[in-house]
Design a protein around this ligand. Structure first.
Ligand code: PHE
Length: 351
């Protein structure tokens, strides 16, 4: 670059001063000396362009601007050098290596059972069911009596669950609910007239010897549809559509007759076992049956319809109660239900 003597002098001086600056403060001093708004020497030089004789002005101006750019570039390079040197000093002089990449933030996510719950509620929601909720600590008259399980009924033994110790007239009456079915009664009670179409999600508690498909705490979704002319085929249609949405259309489902005091007739719905596909081997997930039960269902008992104040000769309904953990097992091919609540992040992270 051919630069006029005065420019060349300024250039050498500026570069030499920059080379000897050894810290932030030195750089700032240098910037003020050469580029300061009032007294900066480069600033003054640029300002003087207009005072040059007309025939020199253009070439002097071009050279001055080129010098300005060169010096600005040199300043930036020097700033970077200082930063690099500081980083290097930090990582060699101290035990902390600041050049190491940071630890990634672990992002939380929804529990697989919560995800499955939401997908189920969405599927039922699309079929016209709204979501209702009921208490987890329940009265025995809702958990048992209201759904036709009187005090001497054998089902009470099977569901002798966790009771609250408060005595009323010498007896315990509050318990952690064993199923979501008490909400059949609760919802009917507060709905003056049909139609009723709800799904009620929630946790339930049971006395249970835990194994691959049983936990003592489980999540259920209760379904209830009550109206004039509701039939068993409506129940099957809703459950077929729900299982198609959850598992796709090539899974097999089967209804077996079953007994629950609050429905008549009662059924159990099962899905073909994803582990053995019913090939007859000793499978601990389906216990060799080829089927995994995922819900109980049936036509709401006329007595329950009547107790709600509806006329059971005209109004009928269906109900179902499905186990959300079972659905999640089947969806992802998980072999043991106990994984869900073992709180092992390595398991939970996979969903
Ligand atoms: N409440 C039953 C259970 O927990 C399931 C069920 C609900 C059965 C509704 C029939 C109708 O096992």
């Amino acid at each position: 670059m051919s630069v006029e003597p005065s420019l060349e002098g300024l250039r050498e001086e500026a570069l030499a001063a920059l080379a000897s600056a050894s810290n932030e403060a030195g750089l700032e001093q240098w910037r003020i000396t050469f580029f300061g708004r009032q007294e900066g020497r480069m600033t003054a030089l640029l300002r003087s362009i207009k005072d040059r004789p007309v025939d020199e002005r253009a070439s002097f101006g071009a050279n001055a601007n080129r010098l300005k750019q060169e010096l600005e570039g040199a300043l930036e390079a020097k700033q970077q050098d200082l930063k690099d040197a500081a980083l290097k000093a930090l990582s060699t002089d101290s035990a902390i290596d600041v050049t190491l990449p940071g630890r990634p933030q672990v992002l939380g996510r929804l529990h697989p059972v919560t995800q499955t719950m939401r997908d189920c509620l969405k599927a039922f929601g699309d079929m016209g069911f709204r979501v209702a909720e009921g208490p987890e600590v329940e009265w025995d008259r809702y958990n048992f009596d209201g759904v036709r399980i009187p005090e001497d009924h054998p089902a009470r033994d099977m569901w002798d669950t966790i009771w609250v110790n408060t005595l009323i007239e010498g007896k315990r009456h509050m318990l952690l609910r064993t199923h979501t079915s008490p909400n059949q009664v609760r919802v009917l009670e507060r709905t003056p007239a049909p139609p009723v179409r709800v799904v009620v999600p929630g946790k339930c508690y049971r006395q249970e010897a835990t194994d691959a498909t049983h936990e003592w705490m489980l999540t259920q979704i209760e379904g209830l549809a009550v109206d004039q002319g509701v039939r068993m085929t409506d129940l099957k249609g809703v459950l077929y559509e729900w299982s198609r949405q959850m598992f796709g259309s090539d899974r097999k489902i089967i209804f077996h007759h079953s007994y629950f005091p609050f429905v008549e007739p009662g059924v159990e719905m099962a899905i073909d076992c994803f582990i053995c596909r019913g090939d007859g081997r000793a499978c601990h997930t389906c216990h060799g049956t080829g089927w995994i039960e995922i819900l109980g269902a049936g036509m709401v008992h006329p007595e329950i319809i009547e107790t709600a104040g509806y006329d059971s000769s005209r109004v009928t309904g269906f109900a179902f109660g499905l186990g959300v953990e079972r659905v999640a097992l089947l969806r992802w091919g998980i072999e043991d239900i106990r994984n869900f609540y073992a709180n092992d992040v390595r398991f939970l992270q996979q969903f």
